[in-house]
Every structure is written in structure tokens, then in C-alpha cells.
Write a protein that binds this ligand. Sequence first.
Ligand code: SAH
Ligand code: SF4
Length: 398
Amino acid sequence: MKEFAPPPPRADGRVNLVGLSRDDLEAEVARAGLERFRARQLWHWIYHRGATDFAVMSTLAKPVREKLADLYVIDRPTAVKDLKSEDGTRKWLARMPDGQEIETVHIPEEDRGTLCVSSQVGCTLTCRFCHTGTQRLVRNLDATEIVGQVMLARDHLDEWPAPPDGRMLSNIVMMGMGEPLFNYANVAKALKIVMDGEGIAISKRRITLSTSGVVPMMRQCGDELGVNLAVSLHAVNDELRDRIVPLNRKYPIKELMQACRDYPGLSNARRITFEYVMLKGVNDSLADARELVRLLRGIPAKINLIPFNYWPGAPFECSTDEQITKFADFVNNAGYASPVRTPRGRDILAACGQLKSESTKPTAQARIAALEAHKALQAEYAAQVAEKEAVLAATGTL
Ligand code: SAH
Ligand code: SF4
């Protein structure tokens, strides 16, 4: 067993038990001079029953409960805002002990309830269409803060213990703020806790991790966690992707596609979801759709078309409904399931790409610069599209 480093205590000297792996919880309990089996009892109370107070742990003797309360707490981030969209989507602004804030979103659907979890405060990457990418302050969340979001949601949904079927929180997507594969160790630790069958018990089949393409971490993620993978593709050539998903300069499309082909456990029953945000006049032509289909050939894939969600100061517009339908029809006809993601919670800035915890109003100068950049990008793109479509028309492919 690897050596156990005790977690740092809070200001009051007590240690938060949330976020410790099973092994670490055992080691911590032993350090406190308690029997190891107490760890299992604690696990049940913390992650199955959602206890926040040792006093309710009726299977533990009173002196044990008192000792635990002297040394430990069971804490989640504090929900400083709880917003509800008219479509039922809910967004919590969660504050961590150091004052940093992140957002967590719950999306209820007919047959499931999905929690969109953040992995970082802000994001080190700067995808041009993403609000989180404009946030300056960045730090990784630790496992406590990642599991804490799930626990906070369960508290608010009043779902302790969660029923085996028909849960309001049945699925998790690592699609909130941040790039989860740049904080892999903490994300992995947190997801293992979430998947544990004697606790929160959300299975790997109901968890999807979305990455903007951190190629070197993809295999480990599949091997170790076995969760579903979503890849934020958004552009079908390196020239455009370099600009709108700058990580592409480091891991270009060809390498990304190879890492997808190599994703452990990939099969027709377990496909990779390719996310594609529909940006008007930028990546939404039928030539792009055709190239997309060509790129994905041989990869068990689903395509998720995401209408661009606007945020104040964004340098893009969403494609028209008509263009989205045409694009979707093209990829459908090529044999790909390609649902268009219905935007949820736009009215509370809870939809994909709208999350940002520290609101900074863009200056007039920044807005003008963004507009200029937008116009230049659109003009250049229109020329490229015209050229590509002329070639396709001439060869009778379109
Ligand atoms: N960092 C990870 C996960 C978080 S973003 C990633 O990039 O995959 C979750 C999804 O929302 C990604 O596919 C992202 O590209 C998309 N997204 C970002 N901004 C968006 C916007 N304004 N409108 C629609 N989707 C957006
Ligand atoms: Fe970060 Fe994902 Fe937003 Fe890109 S889309 S800036 S990787 S959160």
C-alpha cells in the first residue's frame, strides 16, 4: 500500500473526511487510534446516508462518535447561490474554504438526472467560444471539492440514501468548469469514490468525462476509470481547430483521432461522443459535415451537435436552426446518431460553456477587439468554405 499522507486540517484543527479514498480513510481512522472496521461504517454513513454530523451515526458507540467529532468534519462546499431555470435546470455556485467559487449544474430529464461537475476553478485553456476559458483565476479542485459537488447536489435534491432506480441524480458528466484531464489525479480519486457501490454508487456507465483533447492522458483514463469519453472536437481541420481550441497546437487532430481509436473498451456498445459546437459561419458548412464523417470513419462514435450558447462578449453567434438541421441530416445520413443538444438553463447561464464564477465585464475596447476578430475569422472562413464547396461540387460529392 502506498504511504498515507494525512490530509491537511481546517482552520479549527479538524480534518474533512470527504474525498479520502477507502484506503486513506482506513489509515486515518487507524491514526486516530480507532479500529479499522470503523472506516467501513463511516463510509456507509458519509456516502450512502449523506450524514454530516457524527451524532446521527447510530451504529457507532457514543464515545466513538464523540472522538470522531473532536477530530473530524464531514463537509461540502457551501452553496452560496441556488438558481433554478424555467426548464427545471438548477445551478449552484459553490464556495470552497479558501473563498474560490465554482459552478455545478443539475439537468433533470424524463429518464435521468445529470449532474455537470467542475474540475477546476476556471480553465487553463482558452477555447474561444467558452466563457470559462475567459476566467483568469485558475486552480485545480481537489478530490474533496469534486466529490463535494455531488454531495451538495444530493443534499439539495434530498436524495440520501438514493433509491436504486428513478434517481434524480443518476448520471454525471465532467463537463463543468475546467479540463478534467489536466487535473486527472484528483478527478480519478473523486470518481472512484463516486463509483463505489457501497456509497454514492453511480456506475462508470453513467459517467462521462469530456476532454478538449489531452491526448497523453486518454488511455490512462480509459484503463483506470473505464468511464465514457466525450471529445470536444468542434473543428475538422487543424487550421481552424488551432484557433478555436488552442490545445490543438499541441495535440493536433490526427493524434487526437488515434488516441480515440486506442481508447480502452471502445466498441459499438461503448462509443465516443464527439462534441461539436455550432458556430455560425465558422464550422457549420456541409463541407465541414462531410469532413467530420470522413474523420470519424472507423471509430465507434456518436456526434453531439451543441448549438453555441452565447455569453456576454462572446465573439461568435450560434448557427441558424436551418443550418443545424442540414448539418445534422448530413451526419445522420452517413450513419451517425447525432442528436442536437437542447440547450438547458440558458436563462441562468447554466448551459454548456456559460459557466464562469468570477464575472468580469469586458471593457469596451475588448468588445471591439472581439468583434473585429470575429469579422476577420468569418470572412476568412467564408472564403475557405466557398473554395472547398466549389471543389466538392465539381467532383459531385456535395
Ligand atoms: N474542458 C472540457 C469539459 C468542459 S466544457 C472540454 O472542453 O471538453 C463542456 C463542453 O461544452 C465542451 O464540449 C465545450 O467545448 C462546450 N462548450 C464550451 N463553450 C460552449 C458554448 N459557449 N456553447 C456551447 N458549448 C460550449
Ligand atoms: Fe476549458 Fe473546456 Fe472551456 Fe476549453 S471548452 S476553455 S477546455 S472548459
